[in-house]
Ligand binder design. Structure first.
Ligand code: TYM
Length: 339
């Protein structure tokens, strides 16, 4: 069955304790809105999740929870292909090949690696963490993705993917689609509530991070305690990173331009404004949490969804891997038409 729609692919890590408002607004909600106009492949990168120390039982649980969460937000596995990375061995296989055309210096320049490695110190960072962006390139290239909807923190990885695809194609012949860089501009970056200079992230203290699965009272408390800036004006500006961030969140949740919100809150203090943000977040997340609980109560159903997703993903990935293996000169296994 041929599908004329452009293909997109994106992934979200299963680690930590659930999605936060940053990847919810910056990614997951956007994924849902793209599932009809595009031939969409969405996956949980569990191979990537073990590049930092992890607990196996938690990873297993979190992977299933992440799938339930995506579906609770509105991702429909009948309309998009939803799968877990380790169910498709071609990711690791292509990752190896791409690693062999990536320069050591080129990989060393990846800022996400530098940040994470610096947080621990280089001595404890793994080779897996170092080669993480190369595996990400394999994720993207296996599916011939035309576009990769990600937040701005991932754009360097998409750039590397483009470089590797072009390099491979010119060295071994046309094999891969070179994806377009796609950064989702409006909510490209949601900042931490306590330290708006940093992007919201599961690896920062919980007070600055709103989790999709946080209890409503917790969410409200975190937003009411978000750092604001001097003055009392509700206005987006470089010297008002805290207020600007909250405006961005409210704008994304209510589909209202920031300028209109500034007008709406002209004259009201930070307190009223924060209450409005907290209300909007609660109204958004409550139904998601209800659907999530119902889905998680049926792990057999989630397992069936993933089995079907893996079949669909593999049928595409296998073709691309065979082309890449052939292009680099691997001998096809005897007795089989290809790998
Ligand atoms: P991850 O799991 O860190 O984030 C998933 C998506 O959420 C976006 N995001 C944010 N957007 C706005 N504000 C924030 N504070 C914020 N934090 C995260 C990310 O940009 C991302 O789009 N390496 C990837 C996972 C991955 C992947 C892939 C993505 C693996 N292979 C192939 C795309 C294609 C990651 O760690 O995302």
């Amino acid at each position: 069955m041929s599908d004329e729609r452009p293909r997109i692919l994106s992934g979200i890590q299963p680690t930590g304790v659930g999605s936060h408002l940053g990847n919810y607004l910056g990614a997951v909600k956007r994924w849902v809105s793209l599932q009809d106009g595009y031939d969409a492949f969405y996956f949980i990168p569990d191979l990537h999740a073990i590049t930092v120390p992890h607990d196996p039982a938690a990873l297993r649980r979190r992977t299933l929870e992440a799938v339930a969460e995506l579906m609770a937000v509105g991702l429909d596995p009948k309309r998009a292909t939803l799968f877990v990375q380790s169910h498709v061995p071609e990711h690791a296989q292509l990752g190896w090949v791409l690693g062999c055309i990536t320069g050591f210096g080129e990989a060393s320049r990846m800022t996400q690696f530098k940040d994470k490695a610096a947080r621990d110190d280089l001595g404890t960072a793994t080779v897996g963490l170092f080669s993480y962006p190369i595996l990400q390139a394999a994720d993207i290239l296996l599916y011939g993705a035309d576009e990769v909807p990600v937040g701005s923190d991932q754009s360097q990885h998409v750039e590397l993917t483009r470089d590797l695809a072009q390099r491979f194609n010119s060295r071994f012949g046309p094999t891969f689609t070179v994806p377009k860089p796609t950064v989702m501009a409006e909510t490209a970056r949601i900042a931490d509530l306590q330290d708006p200079a940093k992007k919201m992230s599961k690896s920062l203290p919980p007070a600055g991070t709103v989790l999709v699965m946080d209890a409503p009272a917790t969410t409200r408390r975190k937003i009411m305690r978000a750092v604001t800036d001097t003055g009392s004006e509700v206005r987006a500006a470089d010297d008002k990173p805290g207020v600007t961030n909250l405006l961005g969140i409210l704008s994304a949740l209510t589909a209202t331009p920031v300028a209109a919100l500034e007008e709406q809150f002209a004259g009201s203090g930070y307190g009223d404004f924060k209450r409005a943000v907290a209300d909007a977040v609660a109204a958004e997340l409550e139904p998601v949490q209800e659907r999530y609980a119902a889905l998680l109560a049926d792990p057999a159903f989630l397992g069936d969804v993933l089995a079907d997703g893996a079949d669909r993903a593999r049928s595409v990935a296998r073709e691309t891997l065979a082309r890449a293996f052939d292009a680099v000169g691997f001998l096809p296994p005897a007795g089989a038409a290809r790998w």
